[in-house]
Design a protein around this ligand. Sequence first.
Ligand SMILES: NC(=O)c1ccc[n+]([C@@H]2O[C@H](COP(=O)([O-])OP(=O)(O)OC[C@H]3O[C@@H](n4cnc5c(N)ncnc54)[C@H](OP(=O)(O)O)[C@@H]3O)[C@@H](O)[C@H]2O)c1
Length: 358
Amino acid sequence: MAALKYAGMDDTDSEDELPPGWEERSTKDGWVYYANHEEMKTQWDHPKTGKKKRCAGDLPYGWEQETDEKGQIFYVDHINKRKTYFDPRQAFTVEDAMVKPKRYDGNTSALEILQGRDISDRVVVITGGNSGIGLETARSFALHGAHVILACRNLSKASKAVSMIQQEWHKARVEAMVLDLVSLRSVREFADSFKAKKLPLHILICNAAVCTQPWHLTEDGLESTFQTCHLGHFLLVQCLQDVLRCSAPARVVVVSSESHRFTDLLDQSGKVDLSVLSPTQKDYWSMLAYNRAKLCNILFSNELHRRLSPYGVTSNALHPGNMMYTSIHRSWWLMGLLFTLARPFTKSMGFLCVPSII
Ligand SMILES: NC(=O)c1ccc[n+]([C@@H]2O[C@H](COP(=O)([O-])OP(=O)(O)OC[C@H]3O[C@@H](n4cnc5c(N)ncnc54)[C@H](OP(=O)(O)O)[C@@H]3O)[C@@H](O)[C@H]2O)c1
């Protein structure tokens, strides 16, 4: 029990208390066994309850398993800067019967969802990973060991995000690369630079967006909300499709919005009219442009899934939550006011330092 206390997890069940002379240990892959120091023997069954147990999931984030000079396994908690021979996973052992699936709800954080999953062999690209939802997602993946690439238009903001994550865990594998979605040239250059790294790509999160921006044409001659939120990502996925397919099982996640419901792509006669996607200044309303781009996100994700899932690449679109206080509202004061009023009642980012890099 002293070991539990040292690991900060002395929450035990007395039925499980071991008789004197016994010690609970775990194997490298998480199976619990019992050592009797008096009789110099080990066994899988608990000496009192007769139950077999195993650790649920992987090490908590920030922890690492290492081996000392005598070949004994010990555990390093990099976040709290401490070391123990007690396996922290033993605080979360489960009976070797049936593991109940976890239940998630609107209050579950990204870190909680990843808890106990080994993603150290995964490579993740997140567009707009320097702020808001993208940053929290990047942080959660990186703290669970994935190699994370923040694909951002502003390298200095992205580098600040990288160092904030690395301050939390110095071994986090996170890096920044330039990607400006309002330039199709930049999207192609990003894809080429990524391919030059010869990395696999397991998770591509199309997250970057702008909302309520004034009308503006990109260097490609397209309305910028549409290009940022949808078309840039569409091209990015096309350019990286071969890497995704070679990395299967892989997935694309497109961050859309519930607000896609408030629009369609039809003209006045009810026919699909693609010209509404990149309107002239006269026909532009920023919120409508955002909603249309978010609708495109979903249509794109569904079709992508249909085409690529036979190759082991799935695609899903998601709504992250309503009016989460990020920097998405920054272009229009009224939007800023609404987000501020809604803030006490909406889901918040886990990473409290976010505003400092916005
Ligand atoms: N917050 C909400 O309530 C909410 C609700 C529904 C859906 N969403 C969706 O959630 C996603 C994330 O938004 P958020 O709320 O986290 O907003 P955010 O904090 O403003 O993040 C948007 C990110 O996109 C980046 N970005 C903008 N233009 C770009 C470009 N041309 N090229 C590359 N990156 C660009 C921004 O970079 P800079 O920092 O350089 O500007 C920023 O990192 C978006 O897809 C949004 O539609 C959000």
